[in-house]
Design a protein. Structure first.
Length: 133
């Protein structure tokens, strides 16, 4: 029985590492399906459920950042520092926005609306330079 526990811990650690490495390799705010497609090429035995569970686990551990997209599949970002994003309305790709964080945003919203923050994602909309050609 002890052998089974060790195998499960090792397996979960391996699967978690595979998912973490895939997010960092893609570096493109990938969806869970895109991450799964990358991993399954090398490890055909991995299930979508395993990938989804490990993505959520890594997000809870603040090792990756889950972007909840209001109009589509969630995306996963390898950068965990506070930053904003912009989504292209034509190709659907998501990009980092290189700008300073809005100062005191959490405090200002709490002061005016009384909300206690747990987090936020600001996603701007527009058209990427490629699609704008």
């Amino acid at each position: 029985m002890e052998h089974l526990k060790i195998l499960m811990v090792t397996r979960n650690t391996l699967q978690e590492s595979l998912v973490f490495e895939a997010v960092n390799e893609l570096r493109n705010h990938a969806t869970a399906d895109e991450i799964y497609e990358l991993i399954v090429k090398k490890y055909p035995g991995i299930s979508k459920g395993t990938v989804y569970r490990n993505l959520n686990k890594l997000d809870r551990q603040n090792r990756i950042h889950k972007l909840e997209m209001p109009d589509g599949a969630d995306r996963f970002d390898h950068c965990c520092h506070e930053h904003y994003h912009i989504k292209c309305g034509k190709c659907g790709r998501v990009f980092d926005v290189d700008m300073d964080a809005i100062e005191d945003l959490r405090q200002r919203i709490k002061a005016t609306h009384g909300f206690e923050f747990t987090g936020y994602d600001i996603i701007f909309k527009g058209f990427c330079p490629e699609c704008n050609k």
